[in-house]
Design a protein around this ligand. Structure first.
Ligand code: NAP
Length: 506
């Protein structure tokens, strides 16, 4: 049977094979497509933009890079011997995802340039409708829409009054001239720090508006040599060992320490940052300004190879007076001073509770995801939601967003999805929907554990929900791996082991 998907290539699939809709062609969506193709399922990937890449397609600001080592920030099945550096620039990561999607033949399965408007559970299937009015039914939906996706604009008076160009870091306007200009950067998260590092020596003046100081771990640019890349190319075991050893070091060190505020992790990192502040920042006044007053790793740590140099550049002015308003010519702080600038950059983060919304997701009995998540988004085992059958999320609510490699996380979550799909196929489950009771139990245990993490030690951060509780996976990597590789089927509606035996013996 062939199934015409308007505007894209024809997708071939059997009507007897369950069909999957994947929403988003970023890192997780590409992964899901590759794995579904390997398993012989029919699938369509819906992508609002005109190319793959997700966050790496959207974020093109100067200085963009990934501070996670590239050899972990790769699919385990598509290791890349050619990474240029230990931590690679954003453009190279974007190219990696485009190349992987290409080499696995995903493009004909992707419906580009048409955002999904709604998906509705009716008659035991999902009816998915796009903004262009395209409609199709699927047996399964996988939302792979990312977390840091919806730009958050600051609630600052007069933001629209600015005369010059003004944009969010995730919507960089490359038509705007920066060289020799005066720039304001609002925000000192990972993004603001990377932008500052990249622009400090290019612009006439950079006023960096810091609301809260950040712990910044100093790092060094470590390019791989031609010889090393050649070794990785010719020795697959070496590449795989590197991936393994980096993952293990990350999971056993940082990821373990972060979930236990008493582990000493924060103190160790803080000592490293303090030493950098003492030895690299000459001016005590500037040092005081940029020294945080909360535990390291409470907010998402910033790792930078040029922060300490950049903040001392003669062009850079770290402004700690709170912002009162934006004026047509610049930023007015509460002391009445107007910091005159030509360009205003908002490195102010993302709405982390939106996930796939504003897309409408309607589950059993007409319940919407907005209603289900009226308080705050949550998901059973960070993957699925009561009342929303055959619907999964990769890197969705309660995922380990700040602890493990996001790619490793998505790979493990996808294993969970495939195990649950198999349980439906062999009759152990009627549909895949966690019970409300199981979700409640998981949520209670998660919240209790979240309170012991470093994220809960007293700072403002995007890791916290509206009640101030960290929402990321608060358990160990081992537990995450175990939960993902051996799902607790008893936590799903209508589970029956007998059914499986019937199917197997029949
Ligand atoms: P962010 O961490 O949420 O930082 C937003 C910044 O804007 C903070 O400094 C915040 O101050 C400031 N801010 C927000 N509203 C403000 C207001 N009204 N007035 C003044 N300041 C305001 O966002 P991000 O830097 O874009 O980073 C988000 C996440 O993206 C990171 O944590 C990381 O997970 C990911 N990321 C990763 C990399 C990488 O290399 N892997 C690079 C970039 C981003 P407060 O601190 O006071 O809230």
């Amino acid at each position: 049977m062939s199934d015409q998907t308007e505007g894209n290539q024809v997708e071939h699939r059997s009507e007897t094979t369950p069909s999957f809709a994947i929403i988003g062609a970023g890192m997780s969506g590409i992964l899901a497509g590759i794995k579904l193709a390997e398993a012989g399922y029919g699938f369509t990937i819906f992508e609002k933009a005109d190319k793959v890449g997700g966050t790496w397609r959207e974020n093109t600001y100067p200085g963009i890079a990934c501070d996670v080592p590239s050899h972990i920030y790769s699919y385990s099945f598509a290791l890349n011997p050619d990474w240029s550096q230990f931590c690679s620039p954003g453009q190279e990561i974007q190219q990696y995802f485009e190349d992987v999607a290409d080499s696995y033949g995903l493009h004909p399965h992707i419906r580009f340039g048409d955002a999904v408007e709604s998906t509705v559970w009716e008659g035991g299937r999902w009816t998915l409708t796009t903004e262009a009015g395209f409609q199709q039914q699927f047996d399964w939906v996988i939302a792979a829409t990312g977390v840091l996706h919806h730009p958050k604009f600051p609630d600052i008076a007069g933001l629209d009054n600015f005369n010059g160009p003004s944009f969010h870091s995730a919507q960089w306007d490359h038509g705007v001239e920066l060289d020799g200009k005066a720039i304001a950067v609002i925000g000192t998260g990972s993004t603001g720090v990377q932008i500052t590092g990249a622009l400090a020596n290019r612009v006439k003046k950079l006023s960096l508006f810091q609301r809260t100081a950040q712990w910044v771990v100093p790092s060094e640019a470590t390019p791989y040599t031609d010889e090393q890349r050649e070794q990785f190319r010719t020795d697959a075991d070496l590449l795989s060992e590197l991936h393994q050893s980096l993952s293990q070091a990350f999971n056993e060190g940082f990821s373990t320490g972060i979930i236990d505020a008493s582990s000493g992790l924060a103190e160790g990192i803080e000592a490293q940052c303090r030493e950098a502040l003492e030895t690299l920042i000459a001016d005590p006044e500037l040092r005081e300004k940029i020294t945080p007053t909360y535990k390291a790793a409470c907010k998402r740590l910033v790792i930078s190879e040029n922060w300490y140099e950049a903040v001392q550049a003669p062009t850079v002015d770290v402004v700690v007076e709170p912002i009162e308003a934006i004026e047509p010519t610049g930023v007015r702080t509460v002391d009445g001073h107007v910091h005159e600038v030509d360009v205003l950059v908002l490195a102010t983060g993302f709405h982390v509770d939106a996930f796939m919304r504003p897309m409408q997701v309607v589950g059993q009995d007409g319940l919407t995801l907005d209603e289900q998540w009226a308080d705050w988004p949550s998901a059973y085992m960070a993957v699925c939601v009561p009342h929303f059958p055959n619907f999964f999320m990769l890197n969705g609510p309660n995922s380990p967003v700040g602890n493990f490699s996001l790619i490793q996380t998505a790979e493990l979550q996808f294993q969970f999805v495939m195990s649950v799909v198999a349980a439906v196929e062999d009759g152990r489950l009627p549909v895949a929907v966690p019970t409300t009771e199981a979700a409640r139990r998981f949520e209670e245990e998660r919240i209790a554990a979240a309170k012991n993490t470093v994220w809960a030690t007293g700072c403002r951060s995007w890791y916290l929900d509206k009640n101030g509780i960290p929402f990321a996976w608060p358990f160990s990597f081992e537990r995450f791996r175990d939960e993902m590789t051996t799902p607790r089927f008893v936590d799903f509606e209508g589970f029956s082991e007998t059914k499986q035996r019937d199917v197997v013996s029949g």
